[in-house]
Design a protein around this ligand. Structure first.
Ligand code: AR6
Length: 180
């Protein structure tokens, strides 16, 4: 059952010693604030260098180097995890600009990359729910639905951990997962 493969914690994703943590990046892949800034600070300069190389390779992609809903994978520098999957969430514009499908794409593409590399334990932050302004409850429902669906399709993934940084997201996930 996919439900038993989902774990919830409140904390800092940079501390997660898993196969891959997911970064809520921006389309330049050059780093930024929020969880992106925390990941780059903790990983050290090698992560930025690797992101720069990928950005150069993908520079001609429309909306790129990494458009919203897409993902790329790198090493993890000094982080305790093995890889970082950088995905770009949609900026919330009211909900009528395909935000739901783009956000689902972030979770789907990240897990596709992970499965392609035989990575088994993946940790996600609450993509788009910070600076990008996606309503937290709606974002959580997209995240959970999409991850459930992917886990059904890809049994080789053993665990997905939602790492909620803020209390509000943590409470929403607790409620949706039926954790009292
Ligand atoms: N560990 C886990 N989650 C965290 C951490 C952390 N250390 N720090 C913040 N969060 P945001 P976005 C949560 O703004 O909305 C960046 O500048 C935070 O509480 O990081 O996708 C990028 O470069 C929130 O729930 O990402 C982009 O320009 C969640 O991470 C832009 O922000 C996402 O908040 C992306 O915006």
């Amino acid at each position: 059952m996919s439900e038993t493969k989902i774990e919830l914690i409140q904390g800092d994703i940079t501390q997660a010693a898993v196969d891959a943590i997911v970064n809520a990046a921006n389309s330049s892949l050059m780093g930024g604030g929020g969880v992106d800034g925390a990941i780059h600070r903790a990983a050290g300069p090698s992560l930025h260098e690797e992101c720069m190389r990928i950005a150069q390779e993908l520079k001609d992609i429309p909306g790129g180097p990494c458009p919203a809903g897409e993902a790329v994978i790198t090493g993890a520098g000094m982080l305790p995890c093995k890889n970082v999957i950088h995905t770009v969430g949609p900026v919330w514009q009211g909900g009528g600009r395909g935000e739901r499908e783009l956000l689902a794409g972030c979770y789907r593409k990240s897990l596709l990359l992970a499965a392609g590399r035989a990575l088994k334990v993946i940790a996600f932050p609450n993509i788009s729910t910070g600076v990008y302004g996606y309503p937290k409850r709606e974002a959580a429902s997209v995240a959970l639905e999409t991850v459930w669906e992917c886990l059904e399709k890809r049994p080789q993934i053993e665990k997905v951990i939602f790492v909620c940084f803020d209390h509000e997201n943590f409470q929403i996930y607790r409620e949706m997962l039926g954790v009292v």
